[in-house]
Write a new protein. Structure first.
Length: 324
């Protein structure tokens, strides 16, 4: 599976108004994308940065690099840009180091056209620049989307908003990295564009800049894999433990290995205590809950039943469909 990423950070602008932190953000994004949390290879990343007049990224280099990204037949082609953005009546732009007014930058419409014509199966565009939410909008009809099938856009702000700076870089990229580092992972450790957006969206208040998410895909892909919060073998046991929808699993004191007043429970059944250990882990990640007791210990001691939550039923169905 070929996964390619172009990561661009521009601090230096020839006409002045240079930016702090964009290059640093690009390096941080590069570091997290190039491998999964276990160290195995993830994206093949090309990193382009402009720190000073010695290494500018002019318009031509910016466009050529984006064209090269979308020219191949990868499974995923991902673009990340951090730098100046511009918007006017002709549309939105990301700005190279030689940009003066902004509208001589790389048009977002051009990026969308290159992505739309690409033979890569999935095209993901992540823009951390002011007014970046204009990406995917028709210039003459901003309410109309031009996001082609297989394309996903995630931007720092709406078309009429600036992107805010944070302590170590931009607020948006800080949250993006937090999501990719595991905060947006599902229970099998996969991080999708949708879960990244959900994490960023929930982290920004109503008065802050608003991220934009646009997608036209039939199914999400995993951008990165991290250590799962629960053993996958326990997830795969769900259809065995709960053979049908709405099943109530009956507990009794034989499931609990220890009693506070007695130490080891003389009535404990080793087979049941092994199952109970799995049930407790499922409870910790909100996949099952006791019927009437607050805690799993009391559910066993008082012979309560446990049942799957809606999320637990979702993962049970995924197992039945052999998707875990």
């Amino acid at each position: 599976m070929q996964r390619k990423a172009l990561v661009i950070g521009i601090d230096y602008y020839e006409a002045g108004n240079s930016l702090p932190g964009c290059v640093s953000d690009a390096h941080r994004v590069n570091a997290v994308l190039e491998s999964h949390s276990d160290g195995s290879p993830n994206f093949d990343v090309r990193l382009l940065t402009a720190v000073s007049e010695r290494d500018p990224i002019p318009f031509r280099a910016l466009k050529d690099s984006v064209e090269a990204l979308f020219a191949s037949e990868d499974d995923i082609a991902l673009l990340y840009f951090s730098g100046h953005g511009h918007v006017d009546a002709t549309g939105g732009y990301i700005c190279g180091s030689d940009s003066v007014r902004g509208d001589e930058g790389l048009a977002l419409g051009t990026i969308m056209a290159l992505a739309g014509a690409s033979r890569a199966r999935n095209r993901i565009i992540i823009l951390d620049s002011c007014f970046s939410g204009a990406a995917g909008e028709a210039t003459l009809k901003p309410s109309v989307s031009e996001v082609t099938n297989g394309t996903t856009i995630l931007t720092a702000s709406r078309a009429n908003e600036v992107a805010m700076a944070g302590g170590s870089g931009s607020v948006f990229t800080d949250l993006l990295l937090d999501a990719l580092s595991g905060a947006a992972a599902n229970l099998v450790g996969q991080i999708t564009p949708g879960s990244v957006y959900a994490h960023i969206d929930q982290s920004l208040g109503s008065w802050a800049q608003r991220p934009v998410f646009k997608t036209n895909v039939s199914g999400f892909v995993s951008l990165r894999t991290v250590r799962a919060p629960i053993d996958v073998e326990i997830l795969r046991a769900l259809p065995t433990l709960f053979p049908e929808h709405g099943f109530q699993l009956q507990l009794d004191p034989s499931f609990e290995p220890e009693l506070p007043s007695q130490g080891l429970n003389p009535d404990a059944d080793p087979a049941n205590t092994k199952i109970f250990a799995q049930l407790q882990k499922l409870n910790r990640v909100n996949l099952l809950i006791p019927n009437s007791q607050l805690h799993m210990y009391h559910a066993a001691v008082h012979s309560d039943t446990v049942h799957l939550t809606a999320l637990g039923e979702h993962y049970r169905q995924l197992n039945i469909k052999r998707r875990i």
